[in-house]
Design a binder for this molecule. Structure first.
Ligand SMILES: [Zn+2]
Length: 139
């Protein structure tokens, strides 16, 4: 049985891989961090960001699926619709990518790519509603 199956979460697998990289002298841990971020974490975040915006809606009661929200705003059986892709699934690896990037000093360009994805995620999930500002906030 390989360590890949004995370690349960992706976090554990990543931590194990990075800790090996630190201990084995033949491994360039900075390069490992860079590869993990650019080949696995970033494409995963980008993919789930894309899936979130194009996702289907599902009715938990009758299990029918919709490509977009019906005009009545709910399922035709009257039940509320739920998302099939959730926010947590989109930003799951963002914190990990940031942490690894900072710890192992990946190139500035990669740090910027992570920051760009973070701002894309924030722009998608944070409400754009105008806040009522008080006058003293401008002082
Ligand atoms: Zn329904």
């Amino acid at each position: 049985m390989s360590a890949y199956t004995s370690l349960e979460s992706m976090d554990d697998k990543l931590d194990a891989q990075m800790s090996l990289g630190v201990r084995i002298r033949a491994v360039d841990v900075k390069d490992v961090a860079h590869r993990v971020i650019t080949r696995h974490l970033l494409p995963d975040i980008q993919g789930s960001l894309k899936r979130f915006t194009g996702q289907q809606l599902r009715c938990p009661k009758c299990n029918s699926k919709y490509r977009r929200i019906p005009l009545r705003g709910a399922c035709y059986c009257g039940n509320k619709l739920t998302l099939t892709v959730h926010e947590a699934g989109v930003s799951k690896y963002l914190e990990k990518a940031k942490a690894i990037g900072m710890t192992y000093g990946v190139p500035a360009y990669t740090i910027q790519r992570i920051a760009l994805l973070e701002s894309a995620i924030n722009s998608l999930f944070q409400s754009d509603k105008v806040k009522n500002s008080k006058l003293d906030e401008f002082l």
